[in-house]
Write a protein that binds this ligand. Structure first.
Ligand SMILES: [Zn+2]
Length: 141
């Protein structure tokens, strides 16, 4: 862990604790509804489809495709300035979840919509890591 981590750290809620605990083990967990089978992201107290409180978790494969992205070059909150330029993206997980993330370990000129990516984790505190995505090596060339 980096004791000097300056950026905001996610706030743990009772219903998101398990998700963040997963990230710390470098697992990407998706909340599921035991009543109607819906896959839920981000974590919630109730199923947004049927309002059931009977929720569980599955581990995502961690593979996704880039749905959209932008290269952030300026005009960010000062704590994020040292990261510039960085790639903000929305990716579609194999499980049907669309999530906001960053694309890392990739030449910015090579990022494309539809590109295959896989999850990697950046440990930021004793309680959580941030899921980010990098190109799947075999599909990059
Ligand atoms: Zn449901």
């Amino acid at each position: 862990m980096n004791q000097t981590y300056q950026k905001p750290i996610p706030e743990m809620q009772p219903w998101s604790k398990e998700y963040w605990k997963g990230t710390k083990q470098h697992k990407l967990l998706i909340q599921t509804c035991n009543e109607c089978g819906a896959k839920i992201f981000y974590p919630r107290k109730f199923c947004p489809e049927c309002w059931s409180k009977d929720l569980g978790w599955i581990e995502a494969k961690g593979t996704a495709r880039v749905y959209s992205f932008t290269i952030t070059r300026d005009m960010v909150e000062p704590k994020f300035m040292p990261d510039l330029p960085y790639v903000l993206a929305m990716v579609d997980l194999d499980e049907g979840i669309r999530m906001m993330t960053r694309i890392v370990e990739c030449d910015h000129d090579k990022i494309r919509i539809g590109m295959d990516v896989e999850v990697v984790f950046e440990d930021i505190s004793d309680d959580c890591a941030l899921p980010m995505f990098r190109p799947i090596r075999s599909s990059q060339d």
